[in-house]
Design a protein around this ligand. Structure first.
Ligand SMILES: [Zn+2]
Ligand SMILES: [Zn+2]
Length: 415
């Protein structure tokens, strides 16, 4: 039987990762959604007539997991992920039901059905089905994130999902692999080098201290998943005393992080840090958070909803907004960084606070991606999860001699 992969999303775009790999099984790799396209609407994976036999989820971010329950509108397949991925996904799916409701391509009962068909898969504990062997490795991206190796009749297909090769407070770096036939690799930052981590961390603390010394609040819009936990650990590892408030969904997700200590680098440190911060639960906590100088870490990271918008208009004028992650064009986070405005209840409002951006990305930067490719030395490279991967594909071909391509949405690639 021939091996091929159908690219149903994250092809020449970031968002809605979904790939159907065909061996002697049809394996759906990720099934995500793009929460905002250029017009601000969600988009879902492309349709396929092929029925999957099983599903493997690399990690819980919505652009990989968001449409998984939609697979259960007409099937009863098993899906596999690490335990944190399953429990974090459940929290995110419930939240997306609240926000998107009827806009989702499935009903609440499909979500419940999906949870029944989950099977845990652990790092480096392969499963075999017919002649196909599947194994997961730590991707160093968020709790439970996995790179997936699929072997069939002596050939392998290695999918990186989202990965990071540099150590962070939460995770050890993803390990390089060798001898790969086909490498499907994320290319989010193929054209961009991240500054050294330590430099970003120190810059963050400088900005925080400067704000607090001026009597203001350092407001950190942060993705609830991954970034919030990283920022808690970062701030507390440098400073045991400054007041830190955490608001939004990050609270529940931090609980899951602590429930699976083996999936983070230093659970003891995170537990200690969490004990020494205020998890905002009540309106009184919210008022306390802006009363005195300090740090507020809150969702949403792109400022489209979440408690961050209230804080933005309640912090004093000596405060500062510090972004640490990617904001999609058109979102409030993007507007604020580019125009100094946000949209609230249909009108554009000016924000008179200094805005900073500090790169604390959870994705591999350019040299990590290149080093990963050189170590894997693959026969074929498929570039996915990137804005203009076709340019990087040309570079890999012309400068390094690799057989690299950036599949189009809907393209079938023979392996
Ligand atoms: Zn991710
Ligand atoms: Zn992603």
């Amino acid at each position: 039987m021939e091996m091929y992969v159908d690219c149903l999303g994250a092809s020449r775009e970031v968002g809605r990762s979904a790939f159907m790999l065909h061996t002697d099984k049809n394996i759906m790799l990720d099934y995500g959604m793009k929460i905002f396209d250029a017009a601000g609407a969600p988009t879902f994976p492309l349709h396929t007539d092929i029925k999957p036999d099983m599903m493997v989820l690399s990690h819980a971010h919505m652009d990989h997991s968001g449409c998984l329950p939609a697979l259960y509108t007409n099937s009863k397949i098993r899906w596999y992920s690490t335990p944190p991925t399953r429990y974090i996904s459940e929290v995110l799916w419930l939240d997306s039901q609240k926000i998107m409701g009827d806009g989702l391509p499935y009903q609440p009962h499909h979500f419940k059905k999906a949870l029944k068909y989950w099977t845990p898969m652990l790092y480096k504990q392969p499963i075999n089905t017919a002649e196909t062997r599947i194994e997961m490795f730590d991707a160093g991206h968020i709790s439970g994130s996995a790179m997936v190796d699929i072997e069939y009749r002596g050939k392998n297909f290695f999918y990186t999902g989202d990965f990071k090769c540099e150590e962070t407070f939460m995770h050890k770096p993803a390990k390089f692999v060798d001898s790969i036939e086909t490498l499907m690799i994320e290319s989010t930052y193929a054209k961009k080098e991240h500054p050294p981590r330590k430099e970003s961390e120190e810059k963050m603390m400088e900005e925080i201290y400067e704000t607090i010394d001026n009597g203001g609040t350092a407001l950190l819009p942060a993705f609830a998943l991954g970034r919030t936990q990283e920022l808690i650990a970062l701030v507390r590892s440098y400073d045991k005393d400054i007041p830190v408030f955490v608001d939004g969904m990050g609270r529940d997700l931090t609980d899951i992080y602590l429930r699976y200590p083996q999936y983070i680098k230093d659970a003891k440190e995170l537990r200690k840090a969490v004990k020494n911060i205020t998890m905002v639960r009540y309106p009184a906590d919210r008022r306390a958070a802006t009363k005195d100088p300090g740090v507020i870490i809150t969702s949403a990271g792109m400022m489209n909803g979440g408690p961050v918008l209230n804080y933005l208009f309640n912090v004093n004028s000596n405060s500062k907004v510090i972004f640490t992650g990617y904001c999609v064009e058109g979102t409030n986070g993007w507007l604020l960084q580019n125009n100094g405005t946000i949209m609230k209840d249909g009108s554009e409002l000016n924000v008179d606070l200094p805005i900073r951006y500090i790169d604390l990305s959870a994705h591999a930067g350019r040299s990590d991606i290149l080093n990963f490719i050189k170590n894997a030395n693959p026969e074929k490279i498929l570039l996915v999860h990137g804005d203009k991967p076709e340019e990087f594909a040309t570079e890999l071909k012309d400068d390094f001699g690799y057989d690299a391509l950036a599949p189009l949405p809907g393209e079938r690639v023979m392996l």
